[in-house]
Design a protein. Structure first.
Length: 47
């Protein structure tokens, strides 16, 4: 993990993905959608 990492956990509480906010600007709609999709996918929900 590094500074400004968003760590996404799966349903078991294990680390599933890491999304760094320094590398990805959430004001960009594509970057925001990528993070949202990662969260939903790791939660086991439809996008």
């Amino acid at each position: 993990m590094t500074y400004r990492d968003v760590v996404i956990l799966n349903r078991d509480g294990s680390e599933a993905d890491v999304f760094n906010l320094s590398d990805h600007n959430l004001s960009d709609t594509e970057e925001y959608a990528a993070l949202r999709d990662m969260i939903l996918e790791d939660a086991g929900q439809e996008q």
